[in-house]
Ligand binder design. Structure first.
Ligand SMILES: [Zn+2]
Length: 78
């Protein structure tokens, strides 16, 4: 298992997620982001807005995603 924080995954807090794969951890952070979005958390709303802007540019989005994947892969196992 590897651990990343919400912030490391483009979010806004220090909540941690653990997973065996990058896809799994990004799903967990997405779920958490949606929860915080529904609660109307300002910091997460801002992070989600930035993500929405990024998604309008597929190249930038891919690069962002690749970078996060590299971070995940470079982490030591828990
Ligand atoms: Zn968060």
């Amino acid at each position: 298992m590897k651990t990343m924080t919400c912030k490391q995954l483009g979010g806004a807090c220090d909540k941690t997620f653990s997973a065996n794969s990058f896809d799994e951890i990004s799903d967990k952070s997405k779920q958490h982001g949606m929860e915080m979005f529904q609660k109307g958390d300002k910091d997460h709303l801002k992070a989600i807005n930035e993500m929405m802007t990024l998604m309008q540019n597929p190249e930038a989005m891919k690069e962002w995603f690749d970078n996060k994947r590299k971070v995940f892969e470079s982490l030591p196992e828990d």
